[in-house]
Design a protein. Structure first.
Length: 448
């Protein structure tokens, strides 16, 4: 795409949002009637060098995300809808581009909901956050989001109690071929054939001193006639306990999950869909918020998601993060996404603070290692089945800075990430190793 065309494309989307500015958001509606609102985010990203196998030496993208949502409410009934246009420019044939970067003009929500007392029943197409969002999330940093079609029930009670039960079919972001994605072509998303996602989530009442506890069970299934190795049928059981940061107090978060079932894989060069799956995940963090200007909160963090110990046997131990988000744990995604919640072991420290009334900042340092040395670095394309390359992906430093120029209207965010590559990153790539990846982004978001 030429530079003049790119400038026109960005300007047209910004002009669209500015022309509608000043209207209330649909999500805030509580009275009968019709309401609508939306947002537009323009983000520039650059990555140099590229760490993934099979792509250009460096990459860049201008990610545009425009959303228009509406609600119509009448007594106990609510009809909701949302259209999202996610496009990516300034990339080429060697760029990282797929359904996580581009999904042009897609109706991501269209549902009917009925509320009775403290319960709400909903049918249609939806996007949803649940818990900390590690296994089910409406993606925030990623340019496209996970969506589902089906039915759910939610309930809210006294003292922080809440529950949700659902049965959904995951939607596939289309088109899926890189040429169409790079051209930002339009194709309506379709349900994942042979796929389903069902679950139950419960949030317990708040304990003394603001301690909280959640529990959940998810059943996820996906079939693939073209590639049996992509199929899975998994039951995930987990819980999360936490206390949110408060001045002059310790805060913490512990989340653990066990995963059992069947997964696809390759054994002896043959793709199979019926391999035994047994995996686990643990996140632990403890922090302290100082009673000082900027409310600094310093945390120690640790993540462990199992990998496949033996690539030659008939058991898969690689953890599947389902439909979760990872930016808040492992750094920016977009064209970066250096680590996934799968075959990873990562201790680190994180500092969050507010330099001013409208500013928010974060600095984090993490060590990234493979949990199973013979399994792959998920998302990179690199693997050493002998384990001789070791397990060190590297050490990552990241930071972000957000300025809320106009509350609920205009914000600016910028950030960076740098990976000092470790032994595995260097040796598994061999002569294809390009150096330490550096990533930078800047984003402007307008909301109406």
């Amino acid at each position: 795409m030429s530079v003049p065309s790119l400038i026109i494309a960005i300007a047209s989307r910004v002009a669209f949002v500015v022309s509608l500015g000043g209207l209330g958001t649909a999500a805030a509606q509580t009275e009968n009637g019709f309401d609508f609102g939306g947002a537009q985010r323009t983000r520039y990203e650059t990555l140099d060098p590229q760490f993934r196998a099979g792509f250009s030496d460096s990459d860049q993208a201008v990610a545009l995300q425009t959303t228009l949502a509406f609600n119509w409410r009448h007594d106990a009934w609510l009809v909701g809808g949302e259209i999202m246009d996610s496009r990516s420019y300034a990339n080429d044939l060697g760029s990282f581009a797929n359904g996580t970067t581009t999904n042009a003009l897609e109706p991501i929500q269209a549902y009917v909901a009925w509320r009775h007392d403290a319960s709400t029943f909903r049918v249609g197409r939806v996007a949803q956050d649940l818990g900390k969002r590690r296994f089910l999330a409406r993606n925030r940093y990623r340019n496209t989001i996970n969506t589902f079609t089906g039915v759910d029930w939610s309930w809210t009670g006294a003292e922080g109690r809440a529950a949700r039960a659902f049965y959904w079919v995951p939607m596939r972001q289309l088109p899926s071929d890189q040429g169409s994605v790079l051209d930002n072509e339009y194709e309506l998303d379709r349900g994942l054939r042979g796929g389903s996602f069902a679950g139950v989530f419960y949030q317990f009442p708040t304990f003394a001193n603001q301690h909280r506890l959640e529990s959940y069970v998810f059943d996820a299934e996906a079939a693939s006639a073209s590639d049996p190795a992509l199929a899975f049928d998994l039951l995930t059981l987990g819980a999360r306990a936490y206390r949110a940061p408060q001045a002059s107090q310790w805060n913490y978060e512990v989340e653990a999950a066990l995963q059992e079932g069947d997964s696809g894989g390759t054994v002896g060069g043959v793709a199979r869909s019926d391999l035994d799956h047994s995996a686990s995940f643990l996140h632990f963090e403890v922090g302290y918020q100082f009673d000082a200007p900027g409310s600094p909160n310093l945390m120690f963090q640790y993540d462990r998601a199992t990998g496949d110990e033996d690539p030659t046997d008939a058991t898969i131990e690689r953890f599947n993060t389902l439909f979760g988000a990872r930016r808040f744990d492992f750094g920016p995604t977009g064209i970066y996404g250096i680590a996934a919640r799968s075959n990873i072991e990562s201790p680190g420290v994180r500092l969050t603070f507010r330099p001013g009334p409208k500013w928010q900042a974060m600095l984090a340092y993490r060590s990234l290692r493979l949990e199973a040395a013979r399994d792959g670095w998920v998302g990179s394309g690199w693997r050493d089945t002998t384990g001789a390359a070791g397990s060190s992906i590297g050490r990552q430093l990241e930071g972000s800075f957000t300025w809320t120029a106009i509350p609920d209207r205009l914000s600016f965010e910028t950030g960076f990430a740098h990976l000092w590559a470790g032994r595995f990153a260097e040796r598994s790539a061999g002569t294809a190793f390009r150096g330490d990846p550096q990533y930078f982004y800047a984003a402007l978001t307008t909301t109406f």
